[in-house]
Write a new protein. Structure first.
Length: 270
């Protein structure tokens, strides 16, 4: 079945039509709503497996589909990455403890459109150094988003994120990146969270992609554990991540995955 729409740039990046943005917004809102709803579950003593079970049930009730169940053999509706886990943490019997910082990443498919978003949560009382990491990571995502407009390049996005993070003496993970999406989960281009201004493909109206910087308190290097999914910081330092799905408009950007309850920003500051 060919569900492709729009046309491809020379870099193989699909340009969607203005009318396609409504589908992306609907998918993004479902993913963001689920991330809003699970906030009360992020407490000491909770297991990551139970959080994923609730997410799976909500996806079902809402009549939409998980993009991650069955994706390259992945079996869960979320990735739950605690403390020094950078991304792709597998939900399971692990119990959250006071002061843990947690990224939860959900991707749903609604009417064939993909909505992909993640944000940070805290179990119990937030440690001061984790608070700084979460704030800088959140703000770094928005520095990247603010660079999204026709005529800028993907390098401008990476540069905005990297320069902000490094000026705050933290590091940007190089081993994972954002991605094009739309009617598919992962498409060109790789959206790097570091780079030089003015480099890379030019942004054009109709491009759809994620920006999802991972920021470490220590060094940027990661390794993947024996389960073939869980990525951790090599130096065991704390890591944080936020992710939005965005589209390039005629004069800027649209964020599809904004929180309906305005709870995307870390709850400690609200
Ligand atoms: N949602 C992740 C992303 O931001 C991908 C997770 S793939 C999985 O691209 F299989 F690990 F779930
Ligand atoms: Co993503
Ligand atoms: Co994601």
């Amino acid at each position: 079945m060919d569900t492709a729409r729009g046309r491809l740039t020379r870099d193989g990046i699909r340009l969607y039509e203005p009318g396609d943005f409504a589908g992306m917004a609907k998918a993004g809102q479902v993913a963001a709503q689920i991330l809003d709803e699970i906030i009360p579950l992020i407490v000491p003593g909770q297991t990551t497996g139970e959080i994923d079970r609730v997410i799976t049930a909500r996806i079902d009730e809402l009549g939409v589909k998980s993009a991650t169940i069955g994706y390259k053999g992945y079996k869960h509706a979320s990735c739950i990455s605690v403390n020094h886990v950078v991304c792709h943490g597998i939900p399971g019997p692990k119990t959250l403890k006071d002061g843990d910082i947690v990224n939860i990443d959900v991707t749903v498919i609604v009417d064939g459109w993909f909505g992909d978003t993640s944000r940070m949560y805290v179990a119990g009382k937030l440690p001061r150094k984790a608070e700084r990491l979460i704030q800088i990571t959140h703000d770094a995502l928005f520095k990247g988003i603010e660079a999204v407009k026709p005529g800028n390049t993907f390098g401008d996005i990476g540069h905005a994120i990297q320069s902000y993070v490094e000026s705050n003496r933290m590091s940007v993970v190089r081993d994972f990146c954002g991605h094009g999406l739309g009617r598919v989960f992962h498409a060109p281009p790789n959206v790097l969270h570091y780079g030089r201004a003015g480099t890379g493909p030019k942004l054009e109206q109709g491009m759809l992609f994620t920006i999802e910087p991972m920021v470490n308190l220590g060094r940027p290097e990661t390794k993947v554990l024996a389960d073939d999914w869980t990525a951790v910081t090599r130096d065991k330092s704390l890591s944080a991540q936020f992710e939005h799905s965005v589209g390039v408009t005629a004069d800027g950007f649209e964020i599809f995955t904004l929180s309906p309850a305005d709870k995307f920003h870390p709850t400690f500051s609200t």
